[in-house]
Design a protein around this ligand. Structure first.
Ligand SMILES: [Zn+2]
Ligand SMILES: [Zn+2]
Length: 241
């Protein structure tokens, strides 16, 4: 399996990541990734870039070498109502919006009820494209209720290689969560969440899990870069030319 669009990567603008846009793009070309999503942390994160990072996206080209760019953000879900750290204006500079929970950004008691309530709020935000790494143990929720919610709202759900590799409990939770996603025919995006160029396009743990689950290929949206480009064009009018 080779993802053709890697839609969750971090540059040096997030200070715990170590590669530049150009380095990520070169790595994408090398691994066969045709569309690269740059998604540094939203401004509510302790290691976030300044808001101008997003305002200035216009200076980045649409394509670097053979690789198309999608200029996005991994926005932080800040509370149990699903309010993001990036408002409508901020998000208007972004072409691809992942919404994720991170412990550094929330102060509420992370009970399953409140975590799910936050996701409900996120699902009502039309600017959000993807629910980021939903299986970390730090944010438990009723998986079946969540999967139904994500499906009904039309949000894409992420399978996140870094999370499966590094976050305690994420892989065990993923076995349960993505089985439900399969049963409810939820479209996925499989991303690396690369914090270093060498990780771009490589998803061996996700691949094994998808194989175990016999996840239908047609539900893995980013196996086809053009499919993602079509979505981005339909939603935000982005032209890949
Ligand atoms: Zn994240
Ligand atoms: Zn990330």
């Amino acid at each position: 399996m080779q993802i053709k669009a890697d839609l969750h990567t971090h540059t040096v603008a997030s200070t715990h990541a170590y590669s530049t846009v150009a380095e990520l793009a070169a790595a994408a070309a090398e691994t066969g990734v045709e569309l690269l999503g740059i998604t540094d942390h939203g401004i509510g994160s302790p290691d976030a870039p300044h808001r101008w990072h997003f305002h200035n996206y216009k200076v980045l080209p649409r394509r670097i070498g053979s690789v198309w760019l999608l200029k996005g953000v991994e926005a932080n879900i800040m509370d149990e109502d699903g309010v993001l750290d990036m408002n409508e204006k901020e998000l208007s500079f972004c072409e691809w919006v992942i919404a994720s929970y991170h412990t550094a950004c929330v102060t509420f008691d992370r009970t399953p009820e409140l975590v799910l309530r936050g996701y409900r709020g996120v699902c009502e935000n039309p600017l959000v494209d993807v629910i980021g790494h939903p299986t970390t143990a730090m944010f438990p929720f009723d998986y079946e209720a969540g999967v139904k919610l994500f499906k009904a709202s039309g949000k894409l759900v992420e399978m996140n290689e870094s999370s499966l590799q590094w976050k305690p409990g994420a892989l065990e939770n993923a076995r349960v969560f993505y089985r439900l996603c399969r049963d409810y025919a939820v479209p996925l995006v499989v991303n690396t969440d690369s914090h270093y160029a060498g990780q771009v396009g490589k998803t061996p743990i996700a691949e094994q899990l998808l194989e175990e689950l016999c996840y239908p290929q047609e539900l893995i949206v980013n196996l086809d870069a053009e499919r993602v480009m079509k979505l981005a064009h339909e939603k935000r009018g982005i032209v890949f030319a």
